[in-house]
Design a protein around this ligand. Sequence first.
Ligand code: 13P
Ligand code: ZN
Length: 319
Amino acid sequence: MQDTRATLTAEGECPIGQESDDCPGFDRFAFARFIANQECAQAFVGVVDDAWLQGWHESNGGNLSYRLREEERDAYHRYLEKPLGGSKWTDLDCSVPELAGEYFLVTAAGSHFRTVRRKSSATTGLVEIRGDGKAWRVIGGFEGQGVVGRSFGKPTSEFAAHVAVHAARKRISQGRSRAVYHAHPAQVIALTAVLPQDSRTVSRILWKSLTESILVIPEGVGVLPWMVPGSGGLAQATSALMEKHAAVLWPWHGLCCAADSLEGAFGLVHTIEKASSIYLRARAAHKQQEDELPHSISDAQLLEAAQAFGVALNKDFLA
Ligand code: 13P
Ligand code: ZN
C-alpha cells in the first residue's frame, strides 16, 4: 500500500502542519523533553502557575511569551532526535527584522493557565520567526484540542501583540527584554472603570498609592483606549506605547507588560495590581469624588524617594 504520510520539505517544513505522527521527519517529543528539562521552560511554567494562583487568569484569559537566549535555542536543538521541522510558515501582519530567526515559548490560544503545567505540550509551544522577519511557524508543542470552540494548535490570539511588543522592547532595551505577559487582574480592570483613560492620571495614582511602585514603573503606565482583543490595531497601539512604558493598560480588559525576565514581567503585574487595589479601597473608604486621594504622597516626596532609590521618574507625569 502507498505511504500517504507527508515528509519534511528541504526547508524543514511539514506540509500538513506539525501534527507529526503523519510527518515522519518531525520529532514531536523534543518539545516535551525541552519543557521537562530546560530551566527557562520550567521558569515559564512556574510563572504561569503563580499567576493562576493570583487569580488573574479566568478560563483562558491571559497569555505569556518568552524569547529564548541563544544557548537555550541551541539546547532545544540538542533535544531533537530528528532534524528540526515545523508547520508551514504563516505571514505576519508586520515585518519584524529585529526578531529574525528568534525562538519564542508561547502559551496556546485557548489555553487555561490552571492546566498549563499538567498539559504543557498542548497548552504551550515553540514558535520560530523566519530569517526575513516576515513569517512564523510552530516548531514544537501546541498539540491536541482546547476548550469550547477554541482549539490548540497555534499560539495565543494575542500573538500579533506579543510579536510587535517583543520587537519594540528588544530594540529599545538593546536586546535585554525577553518576556511579554498579558493578564486580567481584577483591581486593575476595575480601576479603568473609575479613572479616565489617561496615562498621566493613572500613573500618578499608582505611584501615590504605593511608594515603592516607582521602582517598578518609574516611567509610569501607558493607557490605551478600549480596543478589540486580539486585533492588529491593539497590537500596533500597544507596541507604540511600549516605546515609553514597560506596562500598558488595556481598559476593561487587562495589562500587557514587558520585561527582561519572566519574574520581571510577573512583578510588573503584581505591583500594578496591588497599587490599584490600595487606591480602590482608599477611594471607597473616603467616598471620594476627586480622582487623586485627599491624603497622599506629594510630588516633591515622590521625587525625594526617586532620588534616594536612584530611579529616573517620568517628569511628564509630575506637577
Ligand atoms: P488566548 O487564549 O488566545 O491567549 O486569549 C486570551 C486573552 O486574554 C485574549 O486577550
Ligand atoms: Zn485578554
